[in-house]
Design a protein around this ligand. Structure first.
Ligand code: NDP
Length: 308
């Protein structure tokens, strides 16, 4: 029973070692060296080949190497093929680190101080304690809820917004379209951790920015097509948005000459906020395969109707 891994080869080699230590009955092959394609039951990939069922006629589960699945063309996959996204503690920990860095950077006015340093300007801005900074997280799922808990530990006045109701100890979570406006109105730093779906595409637009407190900070770690670039640039220019930390953009990388590359109040990183960690991700993959074979529910099965 073969598992095919189609992504960065270093991680694949590590998974081969981990699998060999754990289970000699199975083989993990690294694409394109797939061996007998008829024996392939599981494919772990970021972007599967277009003719996936012709390549692997006995495929039983398609695993995403990452937490998102918006890169998959669901229409090209058989309805009966389960699609599973990566739910593992390494991704969560990395995202906690990145969002904490970004929120603290915005909270402590670091974009302004870096600009001042470049101008040789020594000037202090008022310092507010975290308890007086309101931070809102959109998307209170695996990542959003972990991030909210950490921001709360740091003392921030946190709240979330989600599609459906969600209980999170001591952290208020609003939900649905009707509660978006009050959520935005109290988000001095807004963190986007939404999956990319038809509902969230283009959601970070002029109307949304206008609902934030003036000078708010934005941390965009969801997916690039959720952001309307020209609306963010306009909001930055007129001061409605004070600064933005963008880990995801569209396209990736941005074209040469795109204003985000040089904007003094935009921090841009190349989609590195969180990365699947080889050892903990292997544990999740292996556990899910065993669950599948025992007929138990796997962790992270995608609801294709919702798109995430
Ligand atoms: P989850 O599926 O666990 O959580 C997604 C959350 O978003 C759910 O709580 C869901 O609500 C909510 N949601 C979905 N659609 C909407 C909507 N239209 N309006 C409001 N809330 C909505 O995903 P993860 O937390 O694991 O990951 C979230 C996203 O983070 C990924 O899809 C990916 O885009 C991004 N990501 C970015 C990375 C990076 O490096 N920049 C790395 C990893 C992920 P409900 O509870 O109702 O389902």
């Amino acid at each position: 029973m073969t598992i095919v891994y189609q992504s960065e080869p270093g991680r694949g080699q590590r998974w081969q070692t981990l699998l060999a230590e754990r289970d000699a009955r199975r083989a993990l092959r690294i694409w394109p060296d797939c061996g007998d394609r008829e024996s392939v039951r599981y494919l772990v990939t970021w972007r599967p080949p277009a003719d996936i069922m012709r390549q692997f006629p006995n495929l039983e589960v398609l695993f995403s190497i990452g937490a998102g699945v918006d890169q998959f063309d669901f229409a090209s996959l058989p309805d009966t093929l389960p699609v599973v996204r990566m739910v593992e503690p390494g991704i969560v920990q990395c995202m906690i680190e990145y969002v904490t860095f970004a929120v603290l950077g915005l909270h402590r006015d670091m974009p302004a101080y870096l600009a001042q340093q470049r101008q040789g300007e020594w000037r202090a801005h008022p310092v507010r304690p975290a308890m007086h900074r309101r931070v809102g997280v959109m998307g209170v799922g695996q990542l959003g809820s972990a991030v909210l808990k950490q921001l709360k530990r740091l003392g921030f006045d946190c709240h979330g917004w989600n599609r459906s109701p969600r209980q999170l100890d001591g952290i208020p979570v609003r939900h649905g379209a009707a509660e978006l406006a009050p959520f935005l109105a109290r988000s001095e730093i807004l963190v986007c951790l939404l999956p990319l779906t038809e509902a969230t595409r283009g959601m970070l637009d002029a109307k949304l920015f206008a609902g934030l407190p003036r000078g708010a900070g934005l941390v965009q770690v969801g997916r690039g097509p959720q952001l309307v670039d020209r609306d963010l640039l306009a909001a930055l220019d007129d001061g409605q948005v004070g600064a933005a930390v963008l880990d995801v953009v569209d396209p990736e990388p941005l074209g040469e000459g795109h204003p985000f590359w040089v904007h003094p109040r935009v921090w841009l990183t190349p989609h590195i906020a969180s990365v699947t960690q080889p050892d903990s991700a292997f544990e999740r993959l292996y556990d899910n395969i065993l669950r599948f074979e025992r007929g138990e529910p796997m962790i992270g099965v995608v609801d294709r109707r919702l798109g995430y």
